[in-house]
Design a protein around this ligand. Structure first.
Ligand SMILES: NC(=O)c1ccc[n+]([C@@H]2O[C@H](COP(=O)([O-])OP(=O)(O)OC[C@H]3O[C@@H](n4cnc5c(N)ncnc54)[C@H](O)[C@@H]3O)[C@@H](O)[C@H]2O)c1
Length: 314
């Protein structure tokens, strides 16, 4: 299969590229090296597969419709895995227009090219943030009247809605995967696990929001990548929203203690109130992923986090 990966130089994108190349696919990767974090980190992310003969890379911005058209004209794309986005909840409140442009307008550019060139399948990276502070214990995909807490979350929900529209109106089959806090080797530098690890190691101040009782359903990137690959092959129904999580929420204070234990150093903790755009908890119900994608998260949190610390300087 010829698979187009948007955001191929990012944390999750680089894992998915590697996995698809190992499975013998042709991968067309695009990324604009968005300055949210350092270009050199993204170039390093692609180091292991950039010269693979089945991989082609183009530095393209998904909001540049002419360059996108050129990509779709040049490659006979079978499936799009759409991961390119401006990520980061807090940053989205500072630069809302940039988030709207990339995450919504950029997604429409991808969909328009798919429509024009007859590409019939998209796998989209949505997010647990679309659930907001919903009151359900576990988050199921059929929950309605969700209230997003940040511009980032709202752009993901809006992108899901456009994808559903293009499915209904233009027959583009789609799976919107709602990822729950992804971690593992090459994790984005702005995400808590990477940031805390650096701060504990260097004896820097670590800011803990709230009393440490907020929790996240941390999911290893290896499991997320497996879920993405299964979604590429899934063909039973034309449109689905599916959670990819681990059904194992971890409290923030327990995450910090685990990191302290593995690093062998106490954290220098300062507390601050929980920002308004932060969810208090996430907890994925993954029964739908199990049923439709045979998705079984394999990496237990304690194993994944200790491997993360082991790999940290790689
Ligand atoms: N990491 C998580 O915990 C998590 C959770 C939920 C959803 N997601 C989603 O998964 C996807 C991948 O996340 P990630 O953590 O790997 O982030 P990342 O920032 O590492 O990767 C995103 C990539 O997209 C690229 N990009 C940004 N704007 C672009 C544009 N206009 N044109 C082309 N490329 C562009 C960036 O340069 C980057 O390499 C994103 O859509 C993110 O919103 C991530």
């Amino acid at each position: 299969m010829n698979i187009l990966i948007t955001g191929c130089a990012g944390f999750i994108g680089s894992w998915v590229c590697q996995k698809l190349l190992e499975n013998g696919h042709n991968v067309v990767g695009i990324d604009n090296f968005d300055p949210y974090y350092d270009k050199s980190i993204k170039q390093h992310n692609m180091k292991e597969f950039i010269s693979d003969s089945n991989f082609s890379f183009s530095e393209v911005d998904i909001t540049d419709i002419d360059s996108m058209d050129n990509i779709f004209r040049s490659y006979d794309v079978d499936v799009v895995v759409h991961l390119a986005a401006k990520a980061g909840v807090r940053n989205s409140g500072l630069y809302p227009l940039d988030y709207l442009k990339t995450n919504v307008f950029g997604t429409l550019c991808v969909l328009e090219c798919m429509k024009k060139y007859g590409v019939k399948k998209i796998v989209f990276s949505s997010s647990s943030s679309v659930y907001g502070n919903c009151s359900a214990e576990k988050f199921t995909e059929d929950l309605i009247n969700l209230k997003q807490l940040s511009v980032y979350a709202q752009t993901k929900k809006t992108a899901e809605d456009y994808i559903e529209l293009y499915n209904r109106q233009y027959g583009i089959n789609a799976i919107c995967l709602r990822f729950f806090t992804v971690y593992g080797k090459r994790q984005r530098p702005d995400l808590a696990i990477t940031k805390f690890t650096r701060q504990i190691r260097n004896g820097e101040i670590l800011t803990m929001y709230g009393d440490g009782s907020s929790c996240r359903d941390y999911t290893h990137v290896e499991d997320i990548s497996d879920g993405i690959v299964s979604a590429i092959y899934y063909d039973k129904t034309p449109y689905e929203i599916i959670n990819l999580g681990s059904e194992n929420p971890i409290k923030l204070k327990n995450l910090i203690s685990e990191l302290e234990m593995l690093i062998g150093k106490k954290a220098n903790i300062k507390t601050e109130p929980v920002p308004d755009e932060d969810m208090l908890r996430t907890y994925a119900d993954i029964s739908k992923a199990k049923k439709l994608l045979n998705y079984i998260p394999k990496i237990k949190f304690q194993d994944g986090i200790s491997k993360f610390i082991e790999d940290f300087n790689d």
